[in-house]
Write a protein that binds this ligand. Sequence first.
Ligand code: PBG
Length: 321
Amino acid sequence: MIAVRMRRLRRTPALRGLVREHVVRVEQLVQPLFVVERTEDAGPISSMPGISRYTVDDAVAEAGALHALQIPAILLFGIPRKKDAAGSSNADSGGVVQQAIRAIKNAVPEMLVIADLCNCEYTDHGHCGVLDAAGNVDNDATVAYLTRVALTYASAGVDVVAPSDMMDGRVEALRSALDAHGFIDVALLAYSAKYASAFYGPFREAAQSSPQFGDRRSYQMDAPNVREALREIALDIEEGADAVMVKPGLPYLDVVRAARDSFDVPIAVYNVSGEYSMLKAAIANGWLEERAIDETLVAFVRAGADIVITYFAKEWAVRNR
Ligand code: PBG
């Protein structure tokens, strides 16, 4: 019997490179960007070291810097001047996200602009949709409203709309409305398997979008479920999603893998704010080395993701340029 020596191919960097199975490409990274309507809301986010909220002008400059690093896409989140029960500033064609889409597409046309579509940053109660008299999120009213909002993003020139509200039937409603208005090329990236997660904490500080009562468990998914995620994804594909998403990322790599094994559409994973802050905190304390970031990003690719949405995109691109 010949001895199997697995270490033979690990001996040098060149040998390891030769047999490397997965690699993160800058072309698959998406950098989320927070855009504020009021200048006084701009600036660093304390729970997300290295990440800031930008004015529209500064977001344009940042998009240029990301483009120079070959990052192909940004995911926009708007923080409006005023919030109300209906989230009415979200459907304003001159709203903060609509302004940012226009300005970025005008200044950096090659940059793919993806707009997160949800109401939680725009409502004073912080829920993702329209509330009924009992204070529950009204599914169909929310779908109708977010569809109107999406048309304003499309008119502003967005490349991709990414609904993150988790209402039922939204993908079909969005696809029909976009097509009916001639926006046949605006793609839909559905947050299909989005869990009610504790890992969104820092984002909610960044976007000032914490629910003012209750939680999101009646619309976002329950952490222990994976078969349900596959049903959500299948439905979104049937309804016309061009690509689907699993969110959060690290605690849900099994869901990414299950989705990869079951579907042939592009799969995105969202390495969310809490995952970012955890690593940043540990690195800042000297408890982890920076290469924990690289190890994290390649884990998403290994699990089967095509698109990786991550607050680390820029620093990864700077380090790997
Ligand atoms: C909803 C939305 C959230 C995130 C992305 N889209 C927050 C939520 O559902 O509470 C979280 C992203 C992150 O934590 O980085 N508009």
